[in-house]
Design a protein around this ligand. Sequence first.
Ligand code: ADE
Ligand code: ZN
Length: 335
Amino acid sequence: MLNEQLRTVVQQMPKAELHIHIEGSLEPELIFALAQRNNVKLAYGSVEELRAAYAFTDLQSFLDIYYAGASVLLQEQDFYDMTAAYLKRAEEDNVRHTEIFFDPQTHTARGVPIKTVIDGIHRACQDSPVSATLILSFLRHLSEEDAFATLEEALPYRDKYMGIGLDSSEVGNPPEKFARVFAKCRELGFHLVAHAGEEGPPAYIETALDVLKVERIDHGVRCLEDAALTQRLAREQIALTVCPLSNVKLCVFDRMEQHNLLELLDAGIVATVNSDDPAYFGGYMNANFVATFEALPLGLSHAQRLARNSFSAAFLPAEQKQKFLDEVDAYFAAL
Ligand SMILES: Nc1ncnc2[nH]cnc12
Ligand SMILES: [Zn+2]
């Protein structure tokens, strides 16, 4: 049992979220409301029926439902409403800063202009008291050519996102498939991240680092299968944006008690806790912290370390980062 003090601490401590897909924050109620507003026909008759379908066996079984859910997003206001709802939940969980993924290809493939997507999400970020920035993520099941075309369409709005990511079906779509487009994004000065080692092998983490030259790894939990890679991640202080509830929902680990977050921390890795797709996986940031601290022998010092890691690994100017780190330390010093 998680003691009450520790539960309160992980809920109240200031934190950053570094791995959230905004389309994965679309709650079933909002999916149905937007479907009605936009006259989109859904394959499910009710909110309950849709929620009942959230029983995933692996990443692909989730992605199929996740892309179907995103089909209700058509107008700029839809993207605004989705993002505003997420930011409100993040604020309630004492998230001070968030770096939000969006998947433009999911929308442009349906004829939604990229400007509509970016403007709606970005406007909600500007209206929130939470510090929020955006990471444009390429879908790795599509071609590199498609990623290049998406980059070109998105470049007129480059002041509205600061990073580039890589997500969707991992196995069979290794990072090196996107070597040239990531090189271009690097030249353009974007921060770079990639999902790797979620379902895919440790070798994908290595090529994300060595070929794509990413600064953080999203998930990365399979790194522990390779001792040399684990040591490298610790030595080079490459952060992993770990998503505990996601990993259990997508059967990366059978039960939270088997999650390797503590082993990652013990290996000296800059691990962080994040929600990934909170509407699909059973909770936002605090639900992830509570579930993890309930299942694993983690204490106050781990809570402080995870809060600090979340800001250390953020793509923030040094001064702003230090201000957040000081806020974390002040919170723990006052306990
Ligand atoms: N957990 C995940 N892995 C890969 N792609 C995703 N897109 C949304 N969530 C994802
Ligand atoms: Zn993800």
